[in-house]
Design a protein around this ligand. Structure first.
Ligand code: GLC
Ligand code: GLC
Length: 660
């Protein structure tokens, strides 16, 4: 038995970890022998096992240590890791080696990301391979393919209702097509990002099917209740994520005549990680996906993976432990693999997932929401207040900065920061919702509501970047001035995500200023989910417009947006100051202008961003003191500024200032 010290933490963990490993060694060696694994491979595994075993053991003990069969499960987990390493393809092992030697490889200013749906962008995986030159031309070095695994029939939540993690949706291709695409991307220097949807499976997954057939073993994979009693108790403290789909978090299953925990859609069954068999089974799926040639796993819905009665069942300490356990396993068996956190929650909670031992990178939903907030208010007070209080990230971790993704926008800022700048949070969220659904007088935005909850007044926003930034309205009114302003807004926002620190991530379509696609309402499988409005199909004819642009210099708005976006990306990659996360706010003494200094080694870049539709100015002395010089050049427009004069910014202008 493992004893406890006075403070309640087991004091003989290292002893037991060691003993367990000793007991397991013969089984491990037997396994290597059977598989004919080379000696050098075994040795590499052994080295990493020694480095991470104690922590892995400690974490699993905290999660599952009270179980009578704890040692059985930990053995199974270790053998799972060994199998993953034994099966890891050689090119991936080489990459592992590079990345272990350069654990901050993704912090470089050269890294730029994109995300897309294979069917909407390319039709299928084979066609996607033909599009690799397009990604390269745009400057992408990181590509997130939205979920492409086998899904349930009917509504599948855009691929997030997975019925089999080991086969590709036949409409998109096969596992081999995916492997070949992964190879092509690797050769093109583009990292592949895929989702690890580990909070839930589809009701059509074989585990859920077994559960429906009454098998106890698989019913224990989920949260299943025979009556409402326990669900009611949980419900008292739970939030509703998709209230227009179904009230509450539980779904009645006719066949089983039981209630199932379904945080998202009724067909997405939450996995029960208090059962160590679930952890192990999902670890196997994780390794299968990783070994196909995935560089980064996007951990979906991380906040929800652990539940405890009496809490909101979000961001619980055990959720972090679970991810850390997956991370340690990855360090041992697939060490080049990174985790990206998808936690769209309160800013204080978002950062807690970011650590080299947890998720090395994370969406930055707070910045995303506040950039849109600043665009609506034309002021940067709340953004600046929030950035002032931001947490410093640990070394070798990074934000992923984005403007739009396949999901909605929620106003997840900290109410205290709002109060501090004289903003009433509740009213402000209402204002933002009105603004972005185009109801507020003078609004330029064309978004639509997502998951409006009439009871709480809560609502989120759907819409493409261009439609939210005013392009749709401008085109409809055929107003040249409005078109110009909309494009300026879009470039302003890109200018910030590309320079503020972290991996910039484009949601493909943005590079053309794709507008809302209202046709989703015609498809019964999509009509109930307004997020489809911002998931339009790529139109390859746009490339011809681009040619026109290049030949005659006189192209469409779309080609103008494409060229400007691509140029900003190119500029970023030439500015070593933009590497890493080091950013200092600059007090511009102008509430419309965001200012920051980027610093890396001896490189400095000053960024000024005017969020108003009027010209603004900033005292030139500010540049001199933070930029350590008298003359600066804006690398975007190659204009020179002297610190003797005020710096004048045009409406929505973004300056990237380098000392000359
Ligand atoms: C994540 C996805 C979202 C999906 C949800 C359930 O938040 O981004 O699209 O609906 O998880 O899987
Ligand atoms: C909520 C969840 C987030 C999910 C989103 C989907 O914001 O916190 O995980 O992506 O809903 O709409």
């Amino acid at each position: 038995m493992i004893g406890s010290s006075d403070n309640g933490t087991p004091d003989d963990i290292p002893f037991h970890a060691d003993l367990t490993l000793q007991r397991l060694r013969p089984r491990l060696e037997e396994y290597w022998r059977q598989r004919g694994t080379s000696e050098s491979r075994c040795r590499e595994f052994e080295l990493r096992l020694r480095e991470h075993w104690l922590e892995l053991f400690r974490i699993l003990f905290r999660l599952y240590g009270t179980r009578y069969d704890f040692f059985y499960h930990i053995e199974q987990v270790l053998l799972t890791a060994a199998a993953a390493w034994a099966e890891r393809p050689e090119p991936l092992c080489e990459l592992d080696l590079h990345r272990c030697n350069d654990p901050g490889w993704f912090l470089s200013e050269k890294v730029v990301g994109g995300a897309l749906y294979v069917d909407l962008f390319s039709e299928n995986l084979v066609r996607a391979r033909e599009h690799v030159p397009y990604f390269k031309d745009l400057g992408l070095t990181y590509l997130h393919l939205m979920p492409l695994f086998a899904v349930r029939p009917g509504n599948n939540d855009g691929g997030y209702a997975i019925s089999n993690y080991r086969s590709v949706d036949p409409r998109l291709g096969t596992i081999d097509d995916l492997r070949m695409l992964a190879n092509d991307l690797r050769e093109a220097g583009i990292s592949l990002v895929l989702d690890f949807v580990f909070n839930h499976t589809a009701d059509a997954h074989q585990w859920a099917q077994h559960a429906q057939a009454g098998e106890r073993e698989y019913q224990d994979f989920y949260w299943i209740f025979s009556d409402r009693e326990i669900p009611e108790q949980y419900e008292r403290t739970l939030r509703e994520i998709f209230p227009t789909v179904r009230r509450g978090n539980f779904t009645w299953h006719d066949g089983m005549e039981q209630w199932v925990w379904t945080t998202f859609n009724s067909f997405q069954w939450d996995l029960n990680y208090t059962n160590p068999a679930v952890f192990r089974a999902m670890a196997e799926e994780m390794f299968f996906i990783a070994n196909m040639g995935v560089d980064i796993l996007r951990l979906d819905a991380v906040a929800f993976i652990w539940k405890r009665m009496g809490t909101d069942c979000e961001n619980l300490p055990e959720a972090h432990l679970l991810i850390q356990a997956f991370n340690r396993l990855a360090r041992i068996a697939t060490p080049g693999l990174l985790f990206k956190s998808e936690a769209i929650v309160h800013p204080d909670e978002v950062v807690k997932y970011i650590h080299p031992n947890e998720c090395q990178i994370s969406y930055n939903p707070t910045l995303m929401a506040l950039l849109w907030e600043s665009l609506a208010t034309r002021k940067v007070d709340l953004l600046v207040q929030t950035l002032k209080h931001r947490s410093k990230l640990p070394p070798n971790t990074s934000w992923v900065n984005y403007l739009r993704c396949h999901d909605d926008i929620g106003w997840t800022f900290d109410d205290r920061h709002a109060e501090a700048v004289g903003i009433r949070a509740y009213d402000h969220r209402r204002f933002l919702n009105e603004f972005y659904t185009g109801q507020f007088p003078g609004s330029f935005a064309r978004g639509i509501p997502f998951q409006e909850n009439l009871e709480t007044g809560d609502m989120r926003i759907s819409g493409t970047m261009a439609s939210l930034a005013g392009l749709e309205q401008a085109i409809e009114e055929d107003d040249e001035e409005k078109k110009d302003l909309a494009i300026r807004r879009m470039m302003l926002l890109h200018g910030i995500t590309l320079s503020i620190g972290g991996i910039p991530l484009l949601y493909l379509g943005e590079e053309w200023g794709m507008l809302n696609d209202y046709d989703f309402a015609l498809d019964p499988a999509k009509a109930g989910d307004s997020r489809w409005i911002h998931r339009p199909k790529m139109k390859w004819e746009f490339l011809e417009e681009l040619d026109d642009h290049i030949e005659s210099g006189n192209g469409s708005i779309r080609s103008e947006i494409y060229m400007s976006t691509r140029r900003l990306i190119e500029l970023r990659k030439d500015l070593p100051a933009l590497s890493g996360q080091n950013m200092e706010l600059i007090n511009t003494s102008n509430s419309h202008v965001l200012g920051y200094l980027r610093l890396h080694d001896a490189n400095r870049l000053i960024v000024l961003a005017n969020f108003s539709d009027r010209p603004q100015s900033v005292d030139g002395n500010t540049l001199r003191t933070v930029g350590l010089g008298r003359f600066f050049e804006d690398v975007i427009r190659t204009t020179t500024y002297s610190t003797a004069d005020p710096v004048e910014l045009e409406p929505y202008q973004n300056l990237w200032l380098k000392r000359v």
